[in-house]
Design a protein around this ligand. Structure first.
Ligand SMILES: NC(=O)c1ccc[n+]([C@@H]2O[C@H](COP(=O)([O-])OP(=O)(O)OC[C@H]3O[C@@H](n4cnc5c(N)ncnc54)[C@H](OP(=O)(O)O)[C@@H]3O)[C@@H](O)[C@H]2O)c1
Length: 164
């Protein structure tokens, strides 16, 4: 499984869940976050600033793409026929299903939905420490605008938290 934006809020949880389910996981991140991504369970890391990941990877079964845009085509060429490609950003995921179909892959966009059973499953995983959140920064409630600016840098590692 290939996870893009592996050091981010979604990526660092996705890696832990995939690891729990027994996947072999490759994450893309900058060199500065290599150790962090390995520490949450990735087997291999690709520094996307140094290497074109699509030149390194072949026969990938599943891609969880937290970047979208040009990463869509670049990811699809790394994939096994019949694989599953999931694009998370909604603002730059146009044509995912069609492009994936042309590549012989099942392509999906998704929007998170509130689900009690899913939450319960994740709560159990947290309780048993199968997944552990990494909080890189906390902000006071009155500093929420700063928290937004921080997220918008696209450089957040793990999660940030607002403290009441
Ligand atoms: N569809 C849905 O329901 C849903 C739900 C949640 C999130 N999303 C979307 O999914 C995306 C990821 O969310 P998130 O919360 O995980 O974001 P995030 O925490 O802001 O992600 C930040 C991470 O992205 C990495 N990154 C930036 N550019 C990269 C690149 N070119 N290649 C690889 N990694 C890169 C950075 O690592 P480096 O500094 O190492 O580059 C940073 O650690 C966002 O677009 C978000 O809107 C969608």
């Amino acid at each position: 499984m290939l996870v893009h934006a592996a050091a981010g809020g979604v990526g660092h949880f996705a890696i832990q869940i995939a690891r729990y389910l027994g996947a072999y996981i490759i994450g893309t991140c900058s060199a500065a976050n290599k150790d962090f991504v390995l520490s949450v369970g990735a087997h291999k890391v690709i520094d996307y600033q140094a290497v074109a990941f699509e030149k390194e990877l072949h026969e990938i079964d599943i891609v969880l793409d937290g970047i979208g845009g040009s990463y869509i085509d670049r990811s699809l060429i790394t994939m096994k026929k019949g694989g599953v490609y999931i694009c998370l950003p909604s603002n730059n995921s146009q044509g995912v299903t069609e492009k994936a179909k042309e590549a012989g892959v099942k392509g999906y966009t998704m929007l998170v939905q509130s689900s009690g059973p899913d939450m319960q499953m994740l709560a159990n995983m947290l309780e048993n420490k199968y997944i552990v959140p990494y909080v890189s920064k906390t902000f006071a409630f009155e500093d929420i605008p700063m928290a937004h600016h921080h997220i918008e840098t696209g450089r957040t590692v793990g999660k940030i938290v607002i403290v009441l």
